[in-house]
Design a protein around this ligand. Structure first.
Ligand code: NAD
Length: 501
């Protein structure tokens, strides 16, 4: 298709040296007990970047032991909030100083756009640390009036040892969405990055040590979900699992917590978010938001606006403009600054997306553009848009997690709300209209954790992020993102002369 571009050889040479390949336990990089390693692959080429230590149950045990010791007896939970904040600020500075290398790691490991990573993802991680560093010395409870015979207050205490299990689509952002508030709260932790993208997490462990985070506070176990991840979820000494990933695995996480120590769980899961475009919308803006919503980060984004509903009055014009714009959406090497879409994360994801596209064709949807792999090497897929999609088709129901948009026509506001809600997910939704009544009605009626009006993917540190329905529960970011790592303890004392004394 027009606008596509193959990676230039100059761009392909920008591979940083891989400095950290071992597990990070109790402040040291160590081999896995089994000695096993696994390959991490460059999705631009399908070639191996490095072999990384494969942590299993025994390694998780060691990491949890270190985190438990650091929590029960170490300095971190006992430091003042401002002392913890200073260390988090230092870590943030180190991240900024190494932004180029960190962005390159996420590009070769996940296929993410290098220029975006360097300008947004990596500095955004540093900002997350600074945001929660600012909160670390403001964690306090309430004074309770009680009945008059007693007085009481609440203490907000760190919840304990946290297990963070994260996906591959935002290796850096996901790491710091979880780790920053947990560190600010005074928790200790074990982080398991996704097996597809272990590289930047290990680099962050190194920077955390350099910043002065005490040994045992932040441990990183690289490895697979079915072994290392599973061991974390059923571990008796982990007090909370903060999970981001698929709905299917979220269910397993909850089951493991229920059958072990009833640890707390928060789940940020999948989505199939609607973007609803009304007749009065500016078509240029609407087509821009629709493309961005479905294709950004090659569609590997939980809040992707993959179901686009367009009101019948502007539908035909919208489709025409959308097609024009889609043709200038450049696919290619993610190191090239003019490229807007890099490769899918791995072969499994690549094949899964192509099979959904084939399914869409068989179900009778019309392929407006794309539908095939791009190039001959690596895991690139053409930006794909289907029209004539019906609500019952698999491509309209399942989270594809790829650059595939399903376009649908609607007549009335009521119909748009009903169809937008006809999904098992409830993560995000977008509305494009200049009509305040419509915007207010729809934003209150669509069940989702996040609504964007006349924008999409607008997210900042202060904005809580998470879903409802089968998109999970719990929030990352904002002060809600901190509270989930705090435990409320009530302390009650009698007032002098109380009859209870
Ligand atoms: P996944 O569920 O396959 O894996 C996520 C993490 O869970 C990985 O680290 C994996 O190793 C681990 N895991 C796998 N099996 C496990 C098990 N049995 N026990 C414990 N851990 C296990 O998801 P993915 O393919 O890495 O990521 C894509 C999914 O993540 C999509 O569904 C996407 O919507 C979702 N996601 C959600 C959000 C959000 O904030 N709601 C953000 C990003 C991604």
């Amino acid at each position: 298709m027009e606008g596509e571009r193959n990676g230039s050889s100059a761009a392909l040479t920008k591979i940083p040296a891989i400095k950290f390949k071992k597990l990070f336990i109790n402040g040291e990089f160590v081999d896995s007990i089994s000695g096993k390693t696994f390959e991490t692959i460059d999705p631009r080429t399908g070639e191996v970047i490095a072999r990384v230590a494969e942590g299993g149950k025994d390694d998780v045990d060691l990491a949890v032991k270190a985190a438990r010791e650091a929590f029960d007896h170490g300095p971190w939970p006992r430091l003042s909030g401002s002392a913890r904040a200073r260390i988090l600020m230092k870590l943030a500075d180190l991240i900024n100083e190494n932004a180029q290398e960190l962005a390159a790691l996420d590009t070769i490991d996940a296929g993410k756009l290098f220029s975006w990573g360097k300008a947004k993802d990596i500095p955004g991680a540093a900002d997350l640390l600074r945001y929660y560093a600012g909160a670390a010395d403001k964690i306090h409870g309430e004074t309770l009036k009680m009945s008059g015979e007693f007085q009481a207050y609440t203490l907000l205490e760190p919840i304990g040892v946290v297990g963070h299990i994260i996906p591959w689509n935002y290796p850096t952002t996901m790491f710091f969405l979880k780790v920053s508030p947990a560190l600010a709260a005074g928790c200790t932790m074990v982080v398991k990055p996704a097996e597809q993208t272990p590289l930047s997490a290990l680099y962050y462990a190194h920077l955390a040590k350099q910043a002065g985070i005490p040994d045992g506070v932040l441990n990183v176990i690289t490895g697979f979900g079915r072994t290392a991840g599973k061991a974390m979820c059923s571990h008796m000494e982990i007090d909370k699992i903060s999970f981001t990933g698929s709905t299917e695995v979220g269910r397993l996480v909850m089951q493991a917590a229920a059958t072990s120590n009833l640890k707390q769980v928060s789940l940020e899961l999948g989505g199939k978010s609607p973007l609803i475009i009304f007749d009065d919308a500016d078509i240029d803006k609407a087509t821009h938001l629709a493309l961005l919503g479905a294709l950004f980060n090659k569609g590997e984004i939980c809040v992707a606006g993959s179901r686009v509903f367009v009101q019948e009055g502007i539908y035909d014009e919208f489709v025409k403009k959308l097609l024009e714009k889609a043709k200038s959406w450049v696919v290619g090497d993610p190191f090239d600054p003019s490229v807007r879409q890099g490769p899918q994360v791995d072969k499994i994801q690549f094949e899964k997306i192509l099979s959904y596209i084939e399914h869409g064709k068989r179900e009778g949807a019309t392929l407006l553009t794309g539908g095939k792999r791009h190039g001959k090497k690596g895991y690139y897929i053409q930006p794909t848009i289907f029209t004539n999609v019906t609500d019952d088709m698999l491509i309209a129901r399942d989270e594809i997690f790829g650059p595939v948009m399903s376009l649908m026509k609607f007549k009335t506001v009521e119909e748009a709300i009903k169809r937008a809600n006809d999904t098992r997910y409830g993560l995000a939704a977008g509305i494009v209209t200049n009509n305040l009544d419509i915007a207010n009605t729809v934003s209150r009626s669509v069940r989702a954790g996040l609504i964007w009006i006349n924008c999409y993917f607008a997210l900042e540190t202060d904005c809580p992020f998470g879903g409802c329905k089968m998109s999970g529960f719990g929030r990352d970011m904002g002060m809600d993102g901190l509270r989930k790592y705090l435990h409320v303890k009530s302390v009650v004392t009698p007032i002098y002369n109380s009859p209870w004394l």
